[in-house]
Design a protein around this ligand. Structure first.
Ligand code: MG
Length: 318
């Protein structure tokens, strides 16, 4: 079925430009992930092809990094630099120049002397702490990394404090995946994609987690963690929270918008599984969705919660 919108609540119709269907802007990849808007450019990873791509409206798609070491989730820190999860290097890095593979700083690579599994997705809080998930998708096959045994023996959620201290903040996930803070940063949403048993969508066991959990955040301590929403079909992979606290999550049939109480308001239905999304564009209100071998663009009225936080901190509420 072609790309279209499914509106379950009238509020959703005001969040997206329903006059224009989702528009494909990139094709020909294997599995796209890690969309992030930086320097008037959409960057995203094509994980199995081990490359980072870029897209500009006037230039189309080209290769930004020919060897990305199976990089996966990307985000921005609060100085506008890219932070990336790298399956191949089993680490979280900051890219000082997104198109120079040597211009990096390592943020995290091991915990108590044990290598991380394969950091999957990452978010930076306004205090510059870096929060990331560490499932094994980059070590359990050669599709998205280098096969290896887990040294840590679990799939945890980690936080790197501004002083570099690495802390485990959650241990009770099956496969923690996408994560994002609420606009006030008092809540952290974390996806669990445990229902996927292989490196691709076909192997799904719905007896296992396919939901988003929500935690209360106090410093680097998480409490709560109840299930916020189950996602069917597929699993939640990457997710974002907008400036009013609505949660936008990937699923097998595209992207859905969830109200702060977990109710699904509508879907951006796509013909292949979505892995992630980001807000970007000149006004910060374009939605870019990585979905299997393609990337899609949707016009919206939403902005990323993190942009809102940054603006509030700088005294600019616009
Ligand atoms: Mg992911």
């Amino acid at each position: 079925m072609s790309a279209h919108y499914e509106i379950y609540d009238p509020a959703f119709a005001d969040m997206i430009d329903t006059t224009a269907p989702p528009h494909m802007i990139a094709d020909g990849c294997i599995w796209t992930e890690g969309p992030v808007w930086l320097n008037d450019t959409l960057y995203f990873n094509d994980i199995p092809n081990k490359r980072m791509m870029k897209w500009r409206p006037e230039h189309g798609v080209s290769v930004a990094l020919a060897n990305s070491e199976f990089a996966n989730g990307n985000t921005l820190d609060h100085t506008g630099r890219m932070v990336s999860c790298e399956h191949g290097g089993r680490r979280v890095i900051r890219r000082l120049d997104p198109e120079d593979p040597k211009a990096i700083e390592v943020i995290a690579h091991s915990y108590k002397g044990m290598r991380l599994n394969s950091p999957n997705d990452v978010v930076v809080r306004s205090d510059d702490s870096v929060w990331f998930t560490d499932p094994p998708y980059g070590i359990n096959s050669d599709i998205e990394g280098y096969p290896a045994e887990s040294e840590i023996g679990g799939c945890y959620v980690f936080c790197v404090a501004p002083d570099g201290t690495l802390t485990v903040v959650a241990t009770d996930f099956d496969k923690p995946n996408g994560l994002a803070f609420s606009p006030d940063e008092r809540r952290l949403y974390v996806a669990d994609s445990g229902a996927i048993r292989g490196a691709s969508f076909p192997g799904i066991n719905y007896d296992l987690p396919h939901h988003i959990r929500v935690f209360d955040v106090d410093g680097t301590t998480l409490t709560g963690g109840e299930v916020f929403a189950e996602v069917i079909p597929g699993v939640p992979d990457g997710l974002r929270v907008d400036h009013e606290g609505y949660v936008w999550t990937s699923a097998m049939d595209g992207v859905r918008c969830l109200a702060p109480d977990g109710q699904c308001l509508g879907k951006i239905h796509l013909p292949a599984p979505a892995s992630n999304l980001c807000f970007g564009g000149a006004e910060g209100t374009d939605i870019f969705i990585t979905a299997s071998d393609k990337v899609w663009h949707v016009k919206s009225t939403r902005r990323d919660a993190a942009h809102q936080t940054k603006n509030q901190l700088s005294g600019d509420a616009s």
